[in-house]
Design a binder for this molecule. Structure first.
Ligand code: KG4
Ligand code: ZN
Length: 342
């Protein structure tokens, strides 16, 4: 039998449970999604205003088996049609990750299939390959609830970190500002919706890049929004919620577009991709298009369903790991709360 990486078709069953979505998918050759099933816990966590780790783990346990079964059924494949099993091992909530990792290990062992440990961040980047023709090299603006970074993606498995956040991630800032505005969790889509009704009339601070170091900082922006709201309340003034949402969104996106523009100039890369939950934001996409298209730089973003957490992106990333000869994981695989970027 030929080596796995040399096969013409490689079909991966992927499992993702790093936060509040229990997800499984079947992906062929890194780009073709045969099924993508997500059991979201958003409704459960919403009343707490954010993800409660212990509750997330318990719900992953309840859903993982049926989600995997449904993914196989929807894809129309059985275990014999699966060449490898991929699982997110980090970064994320330890207890939540452990459910996916344990289930994937048990499945790989009983089915006698190779197991691959995929980084959640690598998955977000690989979401750009799903049902798309993007090929490295390119610049990737990663913006999720846990990470905000710009990476130079050299090939399907190697990337170099160019800039990352010094404090909060962009998605985290969207969620916190939404909370201040009494909007439900997750805050990103809510802010986007409200911002459409307002104007970016309030000036919020941006990091100033004096030296060569590029970075993000969302904690100052978040504090500025909170102070703005408190000051208005103390003065008994009405807050223009839509204008505030729009002003915050513009400031958050301005950071991303500024750092991405400087990084693109330095690297000379002619393709820019956006990845992670915040990449679902239409205004962010619009701004990147407005900036890069006139420069002759092509902009890529994942389909909306592959922006936020899903398992198809993990199955996609796994394919490229197999093709590049990355070693498979063994039964000692453990979950990791943090994984190095780049
Ligand atoms: O990638 P993701 O699903 O999970 C992490 O890996 O963190 O990203 C979730 C984050 C949340 O902070 C959520 O508010 C944000 O992505 N998000 C958005 C939008 N949709 C999701 N932020 C801004 N605009 C959106 N449309
Ligand atoms: Zn994510």
């Amino acid at each position: 039998m030929s080596e796995l990486k040399d096969r013409q078709n490689i079909t991966v069953l992927a499992i993702e449970s790093s936060c509040d979505e229990t997800a499984a998918a079947v992906v062929r050759n890194g780009r073709q999604v045969l099924s993508n099933v997500i059991a979201s816990q958003i409704e459960i966590h919403r009343r707490f205003g954010g993800v409660v780790p212990e509750i997330a783990s318990r719900n992953h346990l309840l859903s993982v088996e049926s989600v995997v079964d449904e993914a196989l059924k929807k894809a129309g494949v059985t275990k014999d049609g699966i060449d490898a099993i991929a699982v997110t091992y980090g970064a994320g909530l330890l207890g939540a990750l452990l459910v996916g990792v344990s289930y994937a290990k048990a499945l790989a062992y009983s089915w006698q299939k190779p197991l691959y440990a995929v980084s959640h961040v690598e998955g977000h980047i690989a979401a750009n390959y799903l049902e798309s023709d993007l090929e490295p090299p390119y610049l990737c603006m990663l913006c999720s609830g846990g990470h905000t970074a710009v990476l130079s993606v050299e090939d399907y498995i190697h990337s170099t970190l160019i800039a990352s956040t010094r404090d909060d991630a962009a998605g985290e800032a969207f969620d916190k500002v939404a909370r201040v505005l009494s909007l439900p969790y997750p805050g990103g889509p809510e802010i986007e919706k409200l911002a459409k009704e307002g104007k970016p009339s309030i000036e919020f601070p941006h990091p100033k890049f004096k030296g060569r170091e590029l970075y993000f900082s969302y904690s100052g922006l978040k504090t500025a929004v909170i102070n703005y709201v408190h000051n208005a309340l103390q003065r008994g003034e009405e807050i223009g919620r839509a204008d505030l949402a729009s002003s915050f969104q513009e400031a958050a996106i301005y950071q991303m577009s500024t750092v991405a523009t400087l990084a693109q100039k330095r690297t000379g890369l002619d393709k820019v991709a956006i990845a992670g939950g915040v990449s679902a934001n239409k205004r962010l996409r619009e701004v990147f298009d407005e900036i890069f298209t006139p420069l002759g730089v092509k902009v890529y973003y994942p389909k909306l369903c592959y922006c936020t957490d899903n398992a198809a992106m993990i199955g996609g990333a796994c394919y490229f790991m197999i093709k590049k000869g990355i070693k498979q994981a063994d039964m000692s695989l453990d979950a990791k709360a943090n994984v190095k970027l780049g």
